[in-house]
Design a protein. Structure first.
Length: 258
């Protein structure tokens, strides 16, 4: 999904994501499940967005490549890189058409990015690409929204966000297991002392866990573990099991060793 207007306000509206803690959990899982030395490993941040997670993973000494299909989001990522001077490489690619120059030790795809894809075939296409470019023994760690979150948390609800930079209305419409989201932004233009409006339309679809597990298997990956992606982030090793009220599941998978 190519965020256009959302890119400008994305970081402001996602300050509660806790990227350092999420990076710490990813690091813990890599240390736990990667069977080879993790020092200086090549890590692909798929659907990297504005680069916040890429930055945190680079600080943990991973050699990070960030891939996203939104030039506007990658522009925000490059602005961060200019300030941090971290050695992150960013590529503008559709993750369904992923084309890397070599194999990856670790691939991550976080914050329900796979839910944005249109259908199971597109998700399968991404998983197949990740598997193709994974080093034998390499990990693919990703999360996805659950049916519970779509039906009970997002549903047909409206959320309001009011910050110094922007006022945002977030209106959901639930159709089956798909949530259509309309985000309307009102940002203050200090030069003219007026507000301008912009809109973004986003779609996410949730799937039964059994369907996702089947996709993992079809991609030639082994499912190692499933956890609640959002609980106990302050303590990376305190992994919570998936429950009926889990809103986002973290999947840890691995390409078999040859």
């Amino acid at each position: 999904m190519e965020y256009l207007n959302f890119a400008e306000f994305y970081d402001t509206l996602t300050q509660n994501v806790e990227y350092p803690k999420r990076a710490g959990r990813i690091d813990f899982l890599i240390q736990k499940y990667l069977q080879t030395d993790t020092e200086g490993r090549l890590l692909l941040d798929l659907a990297c967005g504005s680069g916040s997670l890429s930055e945190e993973l680079a600080k943990l000494n991973y050699d990070v490549i960030g891939v996203d299909n939104s030039p506007a989001m990658l522009n925000q990522a490059m602005l961060k890189k200019l300030k941090s001077n971290l050695p992150i490489q960013y590529l503008c690619q559709d993750m369904k058409e992923l084309d890397m120059f070599g194999t990856m030790d670790i691939t991550v795809c976080m914050l329900d990015s796979l839910n944005h894809l249109k259908n199971p075939d597109e998700i399968q296409q991404v998983m197949n690409k990740v598997s193709l470019f994974a080093q034998p023994g390499g990990l693919f760690i990703f999360d996805m929204n659950t049916l519970y979150k779509h039906h009970e948390i997002l549903n047909n609800k409206i959320f309001l966000y009011d910050t110094e930079q922007v006022f945002c209305t977030w209106e959901n419409r639930l159709h089956g297991d798909t949530v259509e989201m309309q985000l309307t932004f009102f940002a203050h233009d200090t030069e003219s002392d007026s507000y301008y409006r912009s809109d973004e339309f986003i779609t996410e679809t949730a799937y039964p866990v059994s369907d996702i597990e089947s996709m993992i298997q079809k991609a030639g990956l082994h499912l190692l573990a499933e956890f609640d992606a959002d609980k106990n982030l302050a303590v990376p090793e305190l992994l919570a099991p998936v429950s009926e009220t889990t809103e986002r599941i973290l999947f840890v998978t691995q390409k078999p060793l040859i």
